[in-house]
Design a protein around this ligand. Sequence first.
Ligand code: AMP
Ligand code: MG
Length: 353
Amino acid sequence: MKRQLYLFTLVIILVSSVGCTSLNFSSGSASGSSASSATSEIFAMDTIMDLSAYGAKAEDALRASEKEIMRLEKLLSVTVEGSEISAINQSAGNLEADVSEETASLISFSKQMSERTGGAFDISVAPLVNAWGFVSGYFTVPSKQTIDELVQLAGSDRINISGTKIFLEQSGMSIDLGGIGKGYASQRVIDVMKGYGINSALISLGGNIAAIGNKTDGSQWRILIQDPRDPELYAGKVSITDKSVISSGGYERYFEENGVKYHHILDPKTGYPAHSGLLMSTIICSDGATGDALSTATFVMGEEKAIQLWRSSDDFEMVLVTEDARVLATVGVADSFEFMGDTGGYTYETIER
Ligand code: AMP
Ligand code: MG
């Protein structure tokens, strides 16, 4: 029995004028103005994060942003002993946990996203994520019986919220914000940076990219979207201003057992890694938390249901990459999307309203 972990943390590669080093502050921009820039690379929330900011207070903005990310990790991580999420999980079926307003409102938002996506996004899928070993790193294919039992524990409607009190109805239930936390964090980092007067920045938290404004030369940020079948190639490139670009796919984290690949995005209805015909879903939108939940959900839902959801919404655009080698971009992003998938053997289509 051979097991291997493949972890592609660099899902999206940034095309920018900034080189990302570990900690790099410089004063004076290329144009010679008094603006300064700062970049930093940190490891948090189980991923590499790159932050770049431009403006007089860039350095302070970055330090405060890093602090904010660490604060959120402590608050929301399922693996941090003493986090509010751990407290909720430990009290499952027994007691309600009193948490901060911030945690309560993110859980409440996650419940809404679950409802909006027909249960494809569900933070209460956590017992299954654990059983597959995606939290501990001890990967295993659970027995059919275990999966069937744990599927019964999933269901966001059984996460009760009353003000800041959270109660998971059944013992054994647990929640995991892994599918939304980085997108939420990117949004908070934007707030922090804006508080320091930053109006040009790029925030890359694993597969979650968020941009403030444009590049300092006034041109848009250009974000390369990886070919999920080949980390050296790209499916395309999207140009953005003040937007998030968030990708989910099985290629990000998976293990192999007896020649079969098992990835980390689970279909809450079956308890198995989602097999929807998609290799990747990328969401382009104005709110990181929304985009993060939707990228996970649309990957689970598959092409048809994802397109239905997009048609009934007006707050996101998307790029889908299918198993049968098609790249699809919704019409609202088509003008700012440059298809590059021909090198990987993909064809390109636009999805109309
Ligand atoms: P993402 O990379 O944002 O798509 O999130 C994937 C992570 O979210 C996984 O590593 C799990 O921790 C968690 N997760 C897996 N499946 C789901 C799901 N269907 N809904 C919500 N979270 C999930
Ligand atoms: Mg997500």
